[in-house]
Write a protein that binds this ligand. Sequence first.
Ligand SMILES: Nc1ncnc2c1ncn2[C@@H]1O[C@H](COP(=O)(O)OP(=O)(O)OP(=O)(O)O)[C@@H](O)[C@H]1O
Length: 303
Amino acid sequence: MNAVIETRGLTKTYGDVRALDGLDLSIPRGGVYGVLGPNGAGKSTLFRILLGLIRPTAGSAAMMGGPLNDISHMRRTGSMIETPRFPPYLTARQVLRWLALEHGVGATADIPHWLARVGLTEAADRKVRGFSVGMMQRLGVAAALMSRPELVILDEPTSGMDPPGIQEMRALIRSLATEDGVTVVLASHQLLEVQRVCDRVAILNKGKLVREGTVSELTSVGERLRLAVSSADQVLAVLGAKGVRDGEAVLAEVKRAEGPALIRALVEANVDIHEARWVGTDLESIFFTETGAVQAPEADHGV
Ligand SMILES: Nc1ncnc2c1ncn2[C@@H]1O[C@H](COP(=O)(O)OP(=O)(O)OP(=O)(O)O)[C@@H](O)[C@H]1O
């Protein structure tokens, strides 16, 4: 695997707290990679180490095949850690112009393009003093992208955003990966959106890696065929112990290869099938099972 980030036995302790505990992680180049975990799992600690903001207690990490303190790699990485803060008396456009000069891309940064990509064209000439948290986040993302990095590290990129803002951010993150070829690594505990936006995820708990894989690999475990039918009883009679009632429908615990034969058998038994679809375990269930985290009363809807 062509890894863009690789950690081996990465450990960070704060007194008695093991924020990271021997983490082995390989993040492939390309696509969107989600680092998930409940509060205190070690996500921010991992990102801070990768960005050279803090030093690990033990273990090693490499970025783009080289050590973390290699300046040429750092130049190819953009990041947004926590809600960014900018001088309140500058407009969004001035903030980006200033940062472009700071990063040595003053002549090449296409500021109108990045303002448009993060949905801030209309607010471009407003002072950031009046910006909401979500607008600040978007400006922070534009700032991270202006130097056209190969890798972007985003910690909770949609925190504080309203649903339309979240949707735009999701589209932006996907387009960075698919159109710009940027590898995006993001941390989040907002699982539904992670499932929508990420290609691959790692679930951390108490500083350790508990699950890793593509979203479809993780969610296809325990996959079942959900059948919306005219008579659930008839289907349950055909399926025996392999059938579970799910409201008006039936969940059939069969393998993909057995699906067509089952549907044929049901048609022969005169069952009207209104819908048949494969349903997996969602990322949310995996997350709560693996981390033992307590489910929030309301579903999250961010990235
Ligand atoms: N500077 C610090 N001093 C002491 N303990 C710290 C420090 N930074 C983090 N920790 C502890 O390390 C553990 C991991 O924290 P970290 O912020 O990396 O988790 P996280 O997964 O990012 O959580 P969240 O989702 O809440 O941001 C927590 O127990 C936290 O309290």
